[in-house]
Design a protein around this ligand. Structure first.
Ligand SMILES: *[C@@H]1O[C@H](CO)[C@@H](O)[C@H](O)[C@H]1NC(C)=O
Ligand SMILES: *[C@@H]1O[C@H](CO)[C@@H](O)[C@H](O)[C@H]1NC(C)=O
Ligand SMILES: *[C@@H]1O[C@H](CO)[C@@H](O)[C@H](O)[C@H]1NC(C)=O
Ligand SMILES: *[C@@H]1O[C@H](CO)[C@@H](O)[C@H](O)[C@H]1NC(C)=O
Length: 311
């Protein structure tokens, strides 16, 4: 029993120490953001504000383009950035939490768009473009948290450069991915311009017609890989699975603990009865299950424990 108690206590302690909320795994897209932040920062050699520095991603990510621009928050708010790659940032943009200087990292994921932002049921007409903000106080910092920003007056506009022609009978839409991989679809403002009030990753998409069409023109080769669900969905499923499994495990352990305490109590009671038997009339001991129980030698029914679980 002592050993059992000790192992049970150890198990409970372990469960207690398990970092449950850390089940939230980093998605590939978030890891890519971290890598690109690092490499975009490396492009800023002699830091000056308001200058666009084009960076080079690691060689195993060729096809991706990155840039960085360092700004004072005050200047971002009062002047905006009229011409930052495909983005036009109006006045009135605020980041949260406030920092004195920030860096806007630009990403063009090129042929890696469908790898990191699979979107089942849709076809990308343009590469994914990203616009994220980070604190500029340490240019060699890695794994910086993003500074969410939003436009308080006019929206930020995005004029996509390389847009494939919209297939017949399809309607192009703008898509925005937030940092959790959640999507939001909006209408295009005009030909190849989308608008956003927030940071994120953006592209132009059309719904893919799943029915095989006899038309000779094959669809663009970019079909999302079978990752099963969007980034956010996959992550959420895992969190739910983890939570449910953890809950069940906890319940089982609790049940075991209750059962164990109950059995201990029962055993104590039996012990008392044995003692009473020793001092009083001689009751014959008989074995029920693995528990000794007092029993009269001739008369009465044989004692049985009402329940005898083997966990
Ligand atoms: C590319 O290299 C970086 C380090 O330079 C590494 O962190 C990353 O996982 C690699 N990615 C791929 C897709 O090979
Ligand atoms: C994208 O294109 C580059 C060459 O431009 C290639 O090296 C890279 O492997 C491609 N990436 C993907 C995901 O196909
Ligand atoms: C900047 O970040 C780097 C890498 O995380 C760290 O080693 C360094 O101490 C930081 N510098 C300052 C001034 O915080
Ligand atoms: C999608 O974006 C529009 C415009 O920015 C906004 O009004 C709407 O609330 C967003 N929807 C979701 C689900 O985030």
């Amino acid at each position: 029993m002592g050993l059992q108690l000790r192992s049970l206590t150890m198990l409970l302690l372990l469960i207690w120490l398990l970092p449950w909320p850390i089940i939230e795994a980093q998605t590939p897209a978030r890891s890519l953001d971290a890598i690109l932040q690092d490499y975009a920062y490396r492009a800023i050699v002699r830091p000056r504000t308001g200058i666009t520095y084009d960076g080079l991603p690691p060689s195993n990510f060729s096809g991706i383009k990155i840039s960085a621009i360092r700004l004072r928050s005050g200047s971002l708010y009062t002047r905006g950035v009229p011409n930052y790659k495909e983005f036009t940032i109006p006045v009135g943009v605020i980041e949260q939490p406030y920092v004195e200087r920030l860096i806007l990292v630009y990403q063009n994921l090129g042929n890696w768009s469908t790898v990191y932002y699979p979107l089942p049921g849709y076809i990308y007409l343009s590469p994914i473009l990203g616009l994220l903000a980070y604190d500029a106080s340490n240019l060699s910092a890695k794994n910086l948290p993003e500074l969410p920003f939003h436009a308080t007056e006019e929206p930020i506009s995005i004029e996509f450069q390389q847009v494939k022609p919209v297939p017949d009978a399809s309607i192009a839409q703008c898509v925005r991915f937030d940092l959790n991989g959640q999507t939001n679809f909006t209408d295009l403002v005009s030909g190849r311009i989308c608008e956003t009030f927030k940071h994120g990753h953006f592209s132009i998409v059309v719904k893919s017609t799943t029915a095989p069409s006899p038309a000779p023109a094959p669809p663009p080769p970019q079909s999302p890989p079978p990752h099963g669900g969007g980034n956010g969905n996959g992550k959420r499923v895992w969190i739910i699975v983890g939570a449910v499994a953890g809950g069940i495990l906890l319940l089982v352990l609790l049940a075991l603990l209750i059962l164990w305490i109950w059995r201990l109590k029962k055993k104590k009671k039996m012990h008392k009865m044995e003692k009473a038997a020793d001092s009083g009339e001689a009751l014959q001991m008989t074995t029920v299950g693995n528990t000794k129980a007092p029993a009269a030698s001739t008369t009465r029914t044989q004692p049985t424990l009402e329940t005898e679980y083997v966990p």
